[in-house]
Design a protein around this ligand. Structure first.
Ligand code: ADP
Length: 329
């Protein structure tokens, strides 16, 4: 295929979601298995939209790991960057929204296979062939996957890929908030494109009064595009030359899981699709034209919105025709 490759780096895991809503984990009568992990969701978002994607990460050499690899394959995502760990098991997450409105998390990661990816195991040939290298996971937390993460990022960047970052802050996974902020900021200035949620923006700026000025305090000289996703309020975009907002589409939302990943996958697809961008170095031109950018973000918002209309992340990721259907109304 002539489409540019999007490589997504990080973890893939299984979310165990209680079969009834509004209960604590201890009260759950049973669980549904929902494959997820933001980087894997992004890779599948890309292929669902007709793009080309590879997932790079490590799974356990167990039932769950092979199930996840199978899901990537079924969805047309290249598994050439997947390693299986002989010892550690696939990461698992138990997540529930309790009756009191609090989210309760429990993780199997002590350590899980994804955290054991080493720099030596990376498929550098695959990584160097990426037009876009996306990362967005908790793989910064511990060694050896932190070193693998940094090496993969550098290899992709040296080979000319566009770097895309989504911090995917899930505080329960970090040893402390301070460490989370430090680790996120330690790779902040490498990325060409960054997508944060409004919650992450508050966390990273340390301010609950978010405006254009406090948002731009996170700007760095290498950055081409900063996006802030706002759920049912759409998104905001910032470039060196202009900034603005794109409204969300009205849909019947049942579960917002995966909306941000769908948004990112759609954005990255449009970036590698754009002939003008590909012909003139992907890095310099992304955002030469505000009208073009707004069109791309409308598409990304439509994809995000559709993803909220079905339960789960992966089953809810849209095709191009579904996205166009919503855009045309
Ligand atoms: P994140 O998962 O990063 O917090 P959001 O939940 O903000 O991301 O979702 C990403 C995008 O998906 C939003 O910018 C918006 O365009 C769309 N979206 C999310 N939730 C809704 C919703 N309830 N209604 C319509 N669109 C939504």
């Amino acid at each position: 295929s002539s489409k540019g490759l999007i490589v997504s780096f990080g973890e893939m895991l299984i979310d165990f979601v209680p079969t009834v809503s509004g209960v604590s984990l201890a009260e759950a009568p049973g669980f549904l298995k929902a494959p997820g992990g933001a980087p894997a969701n992004v890779a599948i978002a890309v292929t669902r939209l007709g793009g080309r994607a590879a997932f790079v990460g490590k799974l356990g050499d167990d039932e769950f790991g092979h199930m996840l690899a199978g899901i990537l394959k079924e969805n047309g995502v290249s598994g050439d960057g997947i390693n299986f760990d002989k010892g550690a098991r696939t990461a698992l997450a138990f997540v529930t929204l309790r009756a009191d409105g609090e989210r309760e998390f429990m993780f199997y990661r002590n350590p899980s296979a994804d955290m054991l990816l080493t720099p030596e195991e990376l498929n550098l040939e695959l990584i160097r062939s990426a037009k876009v290298f996306h990362y967005g996971s908790i793989s910064l937390i511990v060694e050896p996957c932190r070193s693998a993460h940094l090496k993969a990022m550098e290899a992709a960047k040296d080979a000319g890929a566009l770097l895309s970052y989504d911090p995917n802050l899930r505080l329960p996974l970090w040893p402390s908030a301070e460490e989370a902020r430090e680790q996120i900021m330690s790779i902040w200035d490498k990325a060409d494109v960054i997508k944060v949620s409004d919650v992450e923006l508050e966390f990273l700026t340390g301010s609950d009064k978010i405006d254009d000025e406090s948002t731009m305090s996170l700007w760095h000289p290498n950055l081409k595009l900063l996006l802030v996703t706002l759920g049912e309020n759409g998104c905001k975009y910032y470039t060196k030359n202009f900034h603005g907002g794109v409204e969300a589409f009205h849909v019947k939302t049942v579960d917002t899981t995966g909306a941000g990943d769908s948004f990112v996958g759609a954005l990255l697809c449009k970036i590698v699709d754009d002939q003008a961008i590909l012909e003139a170095s992907i890095k310099t031109v992304i955002l030469y034209d505000e009208a073009r950018l707004r069109e791309v973000l409308r598409f990304a918002c439509a994809c995000g919105a559709i993803t909220t209309t079905k339960k789960g992340a992966i089953p809810a990721l849209p095709t191009v025709s579904a996205a166009h259907g919503l855009i045309k109304g």
